[in-house]
Design a protein around this ligand. Structure first.
Ligand code: SF4
Length: 357
């Protein structure tokens, strides 16, 4: 089965930018960018990063602000921060070379079992099997594993199966082949079994269980949160604030906001809240439609309100920094995706334009 899969992969693999003149730095970049991101979404980010930081030492010299700015829109910003920290450690402590020992690789920020195994097998041909969503699906089907893949015990069992299948002579190609099969043939719904190179070895296919495997129980409910976000303006300047360096959306910029308990935003006295919380006397102008942003554990509904003030002194509360910037300068800051929607609303409704700045 392994040889069939390897042959299929060599004949059919997609032409992806990190597969052109591959080296470990490209694998490192691509594996971090592609975590929780599709190839289509991650592709342009990989190219931007490779162009600006063509090797590990240039990435190690970057500052966090520039890296976050280049990363903006990809979400999960902790990944970008960890990538930068790992680059600095590799450059300074390991002489610019990725450590080829599994435990040492795991000690790097942002490098978990998946990334360590992927980089070590793909770039250094070391025998570590990978487990991502695609591989979990393929293995579950090959062995007709019906258990809940949200259960760590099931994942442990699947990992043992992945280890047992790994072709030790070509571990990198084999891992890539498994992931490629999951991404292009063994799809979550309507897998293309008739064109699958290993359908004769697939228990789920032979037992007509493909539609039922893998099984994943429903996730815990997301916590609902509600915000009123103030686009606070003093003449042509807009106030932005930076979140603390740890925790949810760490270190990112946003517009100051108030957390409320309901999405019936009309009941809230916004000017009072901004006075109490930020020490600002504001005059309320235009309100946006309701917007929504979902995170792994939070379902956030919010509106934005444009507020005028004569002051430039804002109480920081939990924020670590505040700035008053022109509208066109907003794009220079790593503003998280939820509040980027507010910038889009401001642009579309022409409430603030470049010329006003
Ligand atoms: S036969 Fe179908 S279900 Fe089995 S591995 Fe191939 S594509 Fe997946």
């Amino acid at each position: 089965m392994q040889k069939l899969l390897l042959y299929w992969f060599k004949e059919n693999k997609r032409d992806l930018p990190w597969r052109t003149n591959p080296d470990w730095y490209k694998t490192f970049l691509s594996e971090i960018i592609l975590q929780q991101t599709t190839v289509v979404q991650g592709w342009p980010y990989f190219q931007k990063f490779l162009k600006k930081y063509p090797n590990i030492n240039s990435l190690a010299l970057a500052n966090e602000h520039d890296v976050l700015h280049l990363w903006a829109g990809l979400g999960y910003y902790a990944r970008a921060r960890n990538m930068l920290k790992a680059a600095k450690i590799i450059s300074q402590k390991y002489n610019g070379k990725f450590p080829q020992d599994y435990k040492t690789a795991l000690s790097l920020p942002g490098i978990g079992p998946y990334s360590a195994s992927a980089i070590l097998s793909i770039s250094f041909n070391l025998p570590f099997s990978v487990m991502d969503g695609n591989v979990i699906r393929v293995i579950s089907r090959i062995f007709a594993i019906k258990d809940d893949t949200r259960d760590p015990a099931t994942l442990k069992f699947i990992k043992e199966k992945a280890d047992s299948l790994l072709d030790k002579s070509e571990p990198g190609n084999f891992n890539e082949a498994m992931m490629e099969l999951g991404a292009t043939i063994c799809l979550p719904s309507k897998p293309k079994c008739s064109g699958c190179p290993i359908h004769k070895n697939c228990s789920a296919y032979k037992r007509n269980l493909v539609d039922r495997i893998p099984y994943k129980s429903k996730p815990a409910k997301k916590k609902k949160k509600y915000n009123i976000v103030g686009v606070v303006m003093n003449k042509s300047k807009i106030c932005i604030v930076r979140r603390p360096g740890t925790g949810f959306l760490a270190g990112l910029w946003e517009f100051p906001l108030i957390e409320v308990k309901t999405d019936d935003f009309s009941k809230i006295n916004i000017t009072d809240h901004f006075k109490k919380m930020y020490g600002l006397n504001v005059f309320r102008e235009i309100e946006s439609p309701k917007m929504r942003q979902t995170y792994s554990h939070i379902d956030l509904k919010f509106i934005a309100v444009t507020l005028r003030t004569g002051s430039k002194t804002i109480l920081k509360n939990s924020y670590v920094e505040s700035k008053w910037v022109k509208f066109e300068e907003l794009e220079n800051f790593a503003i998280h995706n939820g509040h980027k929607k507010i910038i889009e609303w401001l642009k579309l409704s022409k409430l603030i334009t470049k010329s006003e700045g």
